[in-house]
Design a protein around this ligand. Structure first.
Ligand SMILES: Nc1ncnc2c1ncn2[C@@H]1O[C@H](COP(=O)(O)OP(=O)(O)O)[C@@H](O)[C@H]1O
Ligand SMILES: Cc1cn([C@H]2C[C@H](O)[C@@H](COP(=O)(O)O)O2)c(=O)[nH]c1=O
Length: 225
């Protein structure tokens, strides 16, 4: 067996995978930091990784929306982590926290290797759904690998009830769009549906307006001929 594989080493206990999901502002990063700090307080060796795409609050730290910070490795992918940290340091690690997990395409492969073969405890925080409530990245793919799955909720910004979804406030359409409260807000089911409906009506009104303008042009052109 490969020397890095922790199940062969006597001190290593079996790996674990814990997944924390929910909309933006639900406290996912807060829960991740709490868990990793608690592990560190018991003497386990920890490391934190976040996607290098997330440059909102700091480059080299995971930061919650209310300002709690934890130093981290900002990486474009997870499988490069072992190489970046070095084999010796990797072997000594017990716990790996991963924030913004929706941005890591290799999340599944990394968790299999790190938990099953290397005996690491992996704590993952990420969005389960994007602003259109579609499965986001590979976060849902790792649920079959997980020991525990926790779905957190935020407070709906429009009524204060429990918020399960993230609404995008701008009209940009790409799936990945880094931002905070300037671009997104957590909402309940009712307000998600209402806001999506009014956005759809706005779009329809826009294209109806364009059709009228186009027809107007056609009529005018016909009149001039
Ligand atoms: N609408 C909201 N609902 C809940 N928390 C909010 C809201 N807006 C801002 N917050 C703040 O965000 C914090 C959670 O931040 P964080 O752990 O970074 O969340 P996440 O990682 O899920 O986006 C809350 O403790 C609260 O202070
Ligand atoms: C809904 C949604 C979010 N994002 C981005 C916006 C933020 O940069 C992160 C989520 O951060 P948080 O720690 O959960 O607050 O993801 C995106 O790119 N696309 C989306 O649809």
């Amino acid at each position: 067996m490969h020397p890095l594989h922790g199940l062969n080493s006597s001190h290593r206990r079996p790996g674990e995978v814990h997944v924390i999901v929910g909309p933006m502002f639900a406290g996912k990063t807060t829960a991740l930091l709490r868990r990793v700090t608690a592990e560190s307080d018991t003497g386990r060796s920890v490391a934190m990784i976040k996607s290098s795409k997330d440059t909102r609050y700091a480059k080299d730290a995971v930061v919650t929306h209310d300002g709690t910070k934890f130093p981290c490795w900002p990486l474009p992918d997870l499988l490069s982590f072992k190489h970046k940290i070095g084999d010796e340091a990797y072997q000594k690690l017990d716990v790996i926290g991963i924030d913004e997990a929706q941005f890591f395409g290799d999340l599944y492969d990394f968790c299999c290797e790190a938990a099953d073969l290397d005996g690491k405890t992996i704590v993952i925080a990420g969005l389960d759904g994007d602003y259109l409530r579609r499965s986001f990245g590979s976060v849902l793919d790792v649920i079959p690998l997980a020991d525990t799955v926790t779905k957190l909720t935020a407070r709906c910004e429009l009524c204060g009830k429990r918020a399960f979804f993230t609404l995008r406030k701008t009209d940009e359409l790409q799936t990945e769009l880094i931002g905070g409260a300037d671009v997104y807000m957590p909402v309940c089911r009712l307000h998600y549906a209402n806001e999506q409906r009014s956005a759809a009506m706005e779009t329809a009104r826009g294209s109806f307006g364009a059709t009228i303008a186009q027809n107007d042009l056609v009529v005018k052109t016909a009149a001039t001929v």
